[in-house]
Design a protein around this ligand. Sequence first.
Ligand code: HEC
Ligand code: HEC
Ligand code: HEC
Ligand code: HEC
Length: 181
Amino acid sequence: MQSDYNTHIKRIVLLLVVAAVLGFLAKKFATPTSFGKYGHYRADAIQDEVDRPLRHMTNESCLSCHPFEWELHEQGRHKTISCEFCHGTYADHVQDGKFAGRLPVKKGEEIKTLCLRCHNKAIKARPKDVIKTVEMPRHLEDQHVQVTHICNQCHHVHAPLIYINHAQKVLGIEEANNGKQ
Ligand code: HEC
Ligand code: HEC
Ligand code: HEC
Ligand code: HEC
C-alpha cells in the first residue's frame, strides 16, 4: 500500500499523544496520595520519620546506670561531647530501659586514634579556639616521655584535664583552666 505524503508526521503525533496519555496515567497512579499536601513532597514522609525508632539518646540517658562516669564527664572539659560518639549507639546497648548488649570499649592504640579524630593538628579546618589540637609525637616529646605513651595515661578520657590540673595544683602551678577538668 502506498502511504500518504504525511504518514510519518501522523505516526509521530500519534506516538506523542500515546506517550502523553501514558505519562498522565502514570503520574495519576504513581503519585502518593499525600503528595503536595504541604508542598512539593510527600506529606506522609514526615510521619514516617516520626515513627522511626530512636537510635540515639542524650548523655542524661546514661546517668541512671553509669552515675560515676556521667558525673566525671559532666564536670570535665568533655561535657559537651556525646557519650555515644566514643561508645556507640544507645539502641545497641539498651532496649526498653534494660541492658540489651555490650558496647565495645576502646583500648590502647584505639584510644589514641579516637582522641586524634578531634584533636589532631593535621585537621586544618578546625578553629583552634574551639578544639585545642596537638601534634604527635611532638606533644609527647614536650612532656619528656616515651612516644609510645597513650593519651589516657595522662588524660582521663571522661575529664581530660582532671589529672593534669591535680598535678599542677600539687606542684603549686597556677591553674590556667578556671578550675575546669
Ligand atoms: C539500663 C541501664 C544502662 C543504661 C541506661 C546504659 N548502660 Fe551502659 N552498661 C549497662 C550495664 C549493665 C553494663 C555492664 C555490661 C557488662 O558488664 O557486660 C554496661 C556497660 C557499659 C560500658 C562498658 C562495656 C564493657 O564491656 O565494659 C560502656 C562503655 C557503656 N555501658 C556505655 C553506656 C553509654 C554511653 C550509655 C548512654 C548512652 C549507657 N551505657 C547507658 C547498663 C546501662
Ligand atoms: C572522648 C570519648 C569518650 C566520651 C565522650 C565518653 N567516654 Fe566513656 N570511655 C571512653 C574510653 C576511651 C574508655 C576506655 C577508657 C579506659 O579504659 O581508660 C571509656 C570507658 C567507659 C566505661 C567503662 C569503664 C570501665 O572501667 O570499664 C563506661 C561505663 C563509660 N566509658 C561510660 C561513659 C558515659 C556514660 C559517657 C557520657 C556521660 C562517656 N563514657 C563518655 C571514651 C569516652
Ligand atoms: C568528638 C570530638 C572529641 C573527641 C573524640 C575527644 N575530644 Fe577532647 N575535646 C573536645 C572538645 C570539643 C574539647 C573542648 C571542650 C570545651 O572547652 O568546651 C575538648 C577538650 C579536651 C582537652 C582540654 C583542652 C583544653 O585545654 O581546652 C583535652 C586535654 C582533651 N580534650 C583530650 C582528649 C583526649 C585524651 C581524648 C581521647 C580520649 C579526646 N580529647 C577525645 C572534643 C573531643
Ligand atoms: C605524658 C602525658 C601526656 C600524654 C600521654 C598525652 N598528653 Fe595531652 N597533655 C599533657 C599535659 C601535661 C597537657 C597540658 C599542657 C599544658 O598545660 O601546657 C596536655 C594538653 C593537651 C591538650 C591541650 C593542648 C592545649 O593547647 O592546651 C590536648 C588537646 C591534648 N593534651 C591531647 C592529647 C592527646 C589527643 C593525646 C594522645 C594522642 C595526649 N594528649 C597524650 C600530657 C599528656
